[in-house]
Ligand binder design. Sequence first.
Ligand code: PLP
Length: 422
Amino acid sequence: MFITLFNFNFSIQNPSIMSKKATNQLQDLQYFGEFGGINPSISDSSTYTFLSAKTMFDTFEGNTEGCYLYSRHSSPSNLYLGEALAALEGTETANVYASGMGAISSVIMQLCDAGDHIVSSRTIYGGTYAFLKNFVKKFAVETSFIDITSLESVEASINSRTKVIYCESVSNPLLEVADIEALATLAKKYGIPLVVDNTFSPLSIAPANLGADVVIHSLTKFINGTSDCVAGAVCGTTDFCLSLKDVNNGAGMLMGSTLDSLRAASILKNMRTLHIRMQKHSQNALFLAQKFEEYGFRVAYPGLKSHSGHETMKKQMHNEYGFGGLITMDVGSLENANAFMELMQTEKLGYLAVSLGFYKTLFSAPGSSTSSEIPLEEQAAMGLSNGLIRFSIGLDHDIERTYKMMKDCMVRLGIEPNPVSA
Ligand code: PLP
């Protein structure tokens, strides 16, 4: 058994009950503005006054509650958003960051010292992959990238220096589904924290309730839902979140990727419709995935019986929010993918753009965009073919019309079903 740095201590709960509870808790959160406003006042200050020098000193030492010092450390607006995210994920608390990568890098730097080792899923967002593969080498931290769906591979990669097991609940871009409960059991056996990026499946999956120790979000995506900013979050125990803010050793505090209060306030407002948006994203994605699969395309969507993670997803998801808004489809070649995406954009079916969680459908070819940090031979090994398009399905009111229009684009371009892409 290896020794953990923090006392991570969540018990495993029924996913269905917990997700309902999370939505209700979110609904019940109430913060009033200064003059009785129905939205909380936005903290429009970088620094805060103290009536006595002693209170200022005590605040530095972390011995005062409810006192604010400096907005890189915390601010009322960031705390409100953090509380909403903690309610969403069923964790004790949450910190918010200026981006998803700000959250990820802070967690990794907090948990690892020079010479440590990380076990990570090999199918993760390209920026995270680059951070874990290249950047942490500066600190002599090494990462083993493994197939996260093979518990044997995960266990075989753990060594005495391993300080983090890292995965995405539903992975970017291949939509592999991690068995979080099984991974958490393994992580606990070795006393290593399990860190899960839940960006693709807010509300559908609640990793902390399945045993994950730290849950990360890129708020840039579904949670904010308006594609107007970048932001991130770390949900976890009070101990761990406070450690990230520590003025002497906290990676969040010292690397400085704090979210601005104005943005925190706008994300909190957008988050209130997350439950409705996730249902619609999931409904629309399931419809298109089924239709394109029937038509003869190789479609990856956790809601399809053909998907390798279908049963795992069903076991740990909350049905009400569906299988998520992302699908990938192979159209045979990068040339086909590019032509199809350009025509769909011309036909106003969505935007040729990276990112996800917007009201319009967004599409990109991950091999040449969001996963381009991953070397070509590794892309091939993980099944990331060059004709693959990743779709973040929008909130289209008439999804049957969307399907017909997309199919029409394919026919016009001569893209046939059953394409084979390298
Ligand atoms: N995690 C996942 C799964 C992502 O898809 C992304 C970005 O695409 C990130 C993290 C990074 O988030 P951000 O762009 O907000 O830094």
